[in-house]
Design a protein around this ligand. Structure first.
Ligand code: HMG
Ligand code: MG
Length: 303
């Protein structure tokens, strides 16, 4: 049984991070990234995405990535799937778990998955049925929970209703995505309060992009509201191809440092994780997006 002070980190770097990189990595390098993350103690790794390759070419080799991963006992390798076709491809690749993704804004839903919010739920239903028959857990994402790049402010009650629909449909957990990173702590806390009115907080995860540098503060606010699952991306990789200008996900290294400092258990080895972040940044020829990894690399004294 998990300890009361355990916070589950849901690593999305190999999917959310790499889906937005201009120069796609080889499946071998992607699989090595997943293996290094698992070696650092991450137990939930979104390792690829089975979406249309015309829409997100960076994820086109996800089946090869899944084949190349060295599976580690106790680690869940999951995949993003927008519809039944994606689910079938993910199953063929032996993904342990899948995730469907909806949006709290109609315009973003159209831009990202080419259908309305209601239509997206209809597309998920056959996927949910198949997953239930196969015993495959399904996670749900909601994008634009604290703002939409096309519609602006988003009503928390709308997010709450959508989260409740995803849970009613069979998702074991709903991850609330601040896709464009515009949230601030008070708004994030109010969102959790609103959604918790319809969905048990234990079934909520938070997914912050760090465009405005607020992600760590927002995560702290959500921990105070009782959230115990946080999505993040090693080295702060990431963005969304259908949210222009959106920054990367909050860096996993920074989240681990925050959690350790606040007395939470994560099971993650920060030094190994930081090495992994430097390694992937080198492969992508870009600096790490993690402040903590930068500090550790500079041997800045830790308190
Ligand atoms: P569509 O064009 O409306 O779909 O796209 P369609 O059913 O008409 O199919 C068109 C073509 O795509 C067909 O091929 C299908 O077979 C193929 P064709 O006959 O033209 O050769 N197709 C597929 N191929 C592979 N895998 C599939 C699949 N489905 C259809 N699963 C669709 C609709 C949903 C497919 C498309 O809009 C799509 O793939 N969108 C994905 C967009 C995406 O991946 N966005 C980034 C992830 S979401 C995100 O990052 C947010 C998140 O991180 C949380 C947050 O930060 O907020 C999760
Ligand atoms: Mg995201």
């Amino acid at each position: 049984m998990e300890q009361a002070n355990f916070v589950r980190i849901f690593e999305v770097g190999p999917r959310d991070g790499l889906q937005n990189e201009k120069n796609p990595l080889t499946p071998q390098l992607k699989a090595e990234l997943v293996n290094r993350l698992a070696a650092a103690g991450l137990r939930h790794i979104e390792s690829g995405s089975f979406v249309s390759p015309k829409w997100v070419p960076q994820m086109a080799n996800s089946d090869e990535v899944f084949q190349l991963i060295e599976r580690r006992g106790g680690t869940i390798y999951s995949a993003l799937t927008p519809n039944l076709k994606g689910y079938q491809l993910a199953r063929a690749a032996q993904a342990d778990e899948v995730a469907v993704f909806a949006a709290a804004s109609e315009t973003f839903s159209q831009k990202n998955i080419n259908c309305s919010i209601e239509e997206s739920l209809d597309r998920f239903r056959p996927l949910m049925e198949a997953a239930q028959q196969d015993g495959i857990p399904v996670r749900g994402y909601i994008s634009c929970v604290l703002g939409c790049p096309y519609e602006g402010a988003v009503d928390p009650s709308r997010v709450a209703e959508l989260a409740a629909s995803l849970i009613a449909m069979g998702c074991y957990e709903v991850s609330l995505g601040d896709t464009i990173g515009v949230g601030t702590p008070n708004k994030a806390a109010r969102l959790i309060q609103a959604v918790s009115g319809l969905v048990d907080t234990k079934r909520l995860a938070v997914h912050f992009h760090d465009t405005y540098g607020q992600a760590i503060a927002n995560i702290y606010a959500c921990l105070e509201e009782g959230v115990r699952c946080v999505d993040s991306s090693v080295a702060g990789l990431g963005g969304c191809p259908y949210a222009p200008g959106a920054g990367g996900n909050v860096a996993t290294e920074d989240v681990v440092y925050l959690l350790q400092g606040c007395g939470y258990e994560t099971g993650v080895d920060l030094n190994l994780l930081s090495e992994c972040g430097h390694w992937i940044s080198l492969q992508l020829n870009r600096p790490t997006g993690s402040k903590v990894a930068t500090a550790l690399n500079g041997q800045c004294a830790r308190q």
